[in-house]
Design a binder for this molecule. Structure first.
Ligand SMILES: NC(=O)c1ccc[n+]([C@@H]2O[C@H](COP(=O)([O-])OP(=O)(O)OC[C@H]3O[C@@H](n4cnc5c(N)ncnc54)[C@H](O)[C@@H]3O)[C@@H](O)[C@H]2O)c1
Length: 357
């Protein structure tokens, strides 16, 4: 039964600490609410056992729910229902639910506790870890937010059995990124899964193995975040693939490429730059490209860099990580190690003129 062990352990933990909590608000999206109705019922029953008020708030799925107006709506409902400072928010869902519910938790009555139960691969390996919360503005993504870590994160690979293929791909993008940044064995394990054609298998053995890889990915992110909680140094390395990736998403108005696909493509281009700069060797670049192309859907071509380069540069020049009018790139030195380079746009054109691969 999906999530049964997780729910039992969670309820046990909460029972032990129930004196700290005066009510649970479960925030989810409507897809997750429909698919995991049983789990929500179990949590509700657990709350009843602890004599805690329980409220489920389900937002429409998708990025547009990561908004300040949605935060205001939910906060209003919570206030009207009498949920006070000792409320615990449970975020059950993907990165949208986690980011938005975490942000709400950070400001509701000046901050209430929250826990995360991430249900997508991306949210399990990435967004639930590290304490970044936030919502979007019309002017850009994640422009309002806070650093506000959850009290706990509950991972269960069984949630992935119901995930759509594109959401698997989004998650794999972040997982393999963690391998390239800091864990060559994780990268090799993913290569093996690709060779065995088992990347998207959901039988219990495959999910068990995948859960081990998810835990490795989490360790990479956790180590980096613990060393640099507020993104002043090391944490910037997590942006490998993101300079091009964010520009690509923006260029196609967040419709052409999902975040994960844009970052996967960004990782190829940034790997290629590292190759032409003499930072990365040919064999490691070949392996990075082969794994990414194996994860992307067949026939999903990269957009033409020649055609889009000037427009991409326009967006990359706005990147908040830039310094002194130089664009920040995280470039791989080898599988398992990356570094930050700041490049003038002219230098970027010069490097990319060398591409003949
Ligand atoms: N806070 C961070 O550090 C951080 C890091 C990376 C990304 N993010 C954010 O994460 C968000 C993307 O997260 P995401 O990819 O999880 O997207 P998402 O939350 O939109 O989920 C993707 C889709 O999967 C559905 N879904 C969720 N769980 C499911 C399941 N188990 N079975 C079937 N369907 C399921 C959702 O309803 C949604 O339609 C973006 O807003 C991004 O900015 C945050």
């Amino acid at each position: 039964m999906i999530g049964q062990d997780l729910i039992e352990s969670l309820l046990e933990t909460e029972m032990a600490a129930s004196g700290d909590t005066a009510g649970w608000v479960l925030i989810t999206d409507q897809n997750v609410e429909r698919i995991y109705h049983r789990i929500i019922q179990d949590l509700k029953a657990g709350a009843e056992e602890l004599s805690l008020p329980f409220l489920t708030l389900a937002i429409p799925p998708g990025e547009s729910s990561k908004s300040l107006s949605k935060v205001e709506d939910l906060a209003g409902i919570m206030a009207r229902e009498g949920f006070g400072r000792k409320t615990k928010i449970i975020a059950l869902g993907g990165g949208v639910v986690g980011d938005m519910a975490g942000f709400l938790a950070s400001i509701y009555m000046r901050g209430v506790a929250y826990i995360q139960i991430p249900t997508t691969l991306l949210s399990q390996v990435d967004s639930s870890i590290g304490g970044k919360t936030g919502v979007n503005l019309l002017e850009g993504k994640n422009l309002l937010g806070s650093f506000y870590p959850p009290k706990s994160v509950w991972i269960d690979g069984n949630f992935l059995t119901t995930l759509k293929r594109e959401d698997w791909i989004n998650g794999y993008g972040e997982l393999l990124k963690h391998g390239i940044i800091k864990d060559p064995q994780l990268f090799t394990d993913l290569e093996r899964k690709l060779q065995q054609n088992s990347l998207f298998d959901t039988d219990s053995r495959s999910l068990e193995r995948l859960t081990l890889l998810i835990l490795k990915g989490i360790s990479v992110k956790q180590e980096i975040v613990e060393a640099d909680e507020k993104e002043e140094g090391l944490r910037r390395l997590l942006n490998y693939g993101h300079t091009f990736g964010h520009a690509l998403e923006a260029l196609y108005h967040y419709q052409g490429y999902s975040h994960g696909t844009a970052v996967l493509k960004g990782m190829i281009w940034e790997g290629e730059m590292a190759l032409h700069l003499g930072i990365l060797n040919k064999e490691d670049f070949r392996r990075i490209r082969a794994l990414i192309e194996g994860i992307l859907p067949q026939g999903s071509a990269l957009p033409s860099l020649e055609k889009d380069l000037e427009a991409l540069i326009h967006y990359m020049k706005r990147d908040k990580k830039n310094r002194n009018r130089k664009i920040s790139f995280i470039l791989p030195e080898k599988i398992g190690k990356v570094r930050e380079e700041f490049l003038e746009e002219e230098k970027l054109r010069e490097i990319l003129a060398k591409r003949k691969i």
